[in-house]
Design a protein around this ligand. Sequence first.
Ligand code: HEM
Length: 165
Amino acid sequence: MADLTPPSLHPDVERVAFLLGTWEGSGHGEYPSIDPFDYEETVVFGHAGKPFLTYAQRTRHLTEQRPLHAETGYWRVVHAGEGPVWLEIVLAHPTGFTEMATGTVDGGEIHLVSTSVVRTPTAKEVTAIERSFHADGDTLRYELRMAAQGHPMTHHLSAELRRRS
Ligand code: HEM
């Protein structure tokens, strides 16, 4: 019979365990080549008893309620000793990208910088992505910048989420 007991937290994940749970909130998006927009978002961080977090987010347009972006992947903890936690991020986007990134968690400050963005043949031209998160108790704020469509690293998103569970 399958063992359905939830796995216990891997010790390397303890210092990023403050991310675990479901976060909901809203954000604002812009880019030089598009109309600005507002969105609502749900982010879920989970774990599987190994040294990574599972990560998934989905979004809707704030007023029109139509689905917008979604992404899913893993936040791998590769160093959990002295100093900041080091992460490697593996994400898939339905818009035709995979995003590999490295970064650090230092208290509630998280900074991720892409090491590669691989595109399907019809995906838009995104060459680099940077993400900054600030966690403060049950509030998680983030900003995302990207180099895309010939623009240098430029702000795309900012959002504020609250922990729901
Ligand atoms: C909360 C997450 C996100 C939301 C709600 C969102 C939403 C949007 C919206 C509404 C647009 C304009 C219309 C459209 O093309 O659909 C757009 C454009 C775009 N987004 Fe995002 N996006 C998100 C995350 C991302 C990420 C992570 C990337 C990079 C992988 C990205 C790359 C782009 C690109 C390349 C464009 C087109 C820019 C252009 O045409 O010049 N977006 N996004």
